[in-house]
Design a protein around this ligand. Sequence first.
Ligand SMILES: Cc1cc2nc3c(=O)[nH]c(=O)nc-3n(C[C@H](O)[C@H](O)[C@H](O)COP(=O)(O)O)c2cc1C
Length: 349
Amino acid sequence: MTDGFSLQMLIDYAETCSVDFADMLAFSMMNQDSFSTLEFRNALGSFATGVTVVTTALDTDCPVGVTASSFNSVSLDPPLVLWSLAKTSQSLTAFRDSGHFAIHVLSSNQELLSNRFARAGENKFQDVVWEAGTLGSPVLREYSAKFECKTVHQYEGGDHIIFVGEVVTFDHRDHAPLLFHAGKYAESRPKVAAEIISGVELEQGRFTEDFFLYLLSRSHFQTSRPTWEKLAELGLDQVEYFTISAAAINGPVTLDYLQAALQHTGHDPDQAKLDAMVERHLLIEQDGAYGPSERAREDFLEILSVAKAYEDDLLEHFSASEIAEGKRILKKIIELSGEAIPPLWPRPQ
Ligand SMILES: Cc1cc2nc3c(=O)[nH]c(=O)nc-3n(C[C@H](O)[C@H](O)[C@H](O)COP(=O)(O)O)c2cc1C
């Protein structure tokens, strides 16, 4: 990543644009005063890029590689690409002298590999599967796209050297790419049409699978089924299960607390229900507060482990960011739809 303008870049720019060099220099000097490197970096960071690992080797026993987001395409015919490397990089000599490099465009699951090749001076290739490529640059086994290049130009670029390579062979697997934006890794998501399909056709009195509330409640019913089946097996109803959960998680709870905590379920436990649970040795009463019996605690843990195992199977099909986004959306729906209802986890008074 480039950290600042160089005089050479300004001269080159002035030549290509037929701009008077004196004007350019005046513009440069004027900007020096108000130029904050940090702000410049931040401004550059607003340009989202992919992430690559660029490799080379002076001899096959000494593979060299760096993480670089400065990769870009240059020309289709001849096929040229470029990237830039800081002059302070420990790998600079290898890239300057080898005459070739291989660019690996990383997939969204290769964040750790990116971090590893972004650390100077480590044994970056330890436990990484690679082999020598067509020109001698190390070729990693995992990537989204790969370009093996002959180095055809090296340009001064301020505190970086710009390498231009002619692509001699390439390959791509179309995995979801790893992105870098505003100093953080990111994932790409296709833009959806601005129009939101409601899925409800009121005039016809029907709805389709795009009806959001239908999807929400259907997923609730389907994902709750393993839990409800376990309850039936243990001879518990839903109010008993919710009561035991609240007491097992929070310690002894009062009737008032339970009524507030269960409000969102539509259930309203009363004193008679709690007395019956004490009678069945599910709850233990002490000074008007109710804690779970040993048996009830065991039942709770069994039900929780069924639900957790089901969740694990389900979430395997989603990426970490999809899960985080899903939780964020669900929490917001809970907040928006339950204004008068106590928060997610009311603490016992
Ligand atoms: C996402 C990301 C992108 C980067 N892009 C570049 C780049 O384009 N050019 C560069 O010189 N350094 C870049 N770096 C920093 C180098 O990877 C880092 O300085 C590395 O330690 C260089 O290794 P070396 O000193 O062993 O050669 C990037 C780092 C990250 C995390």
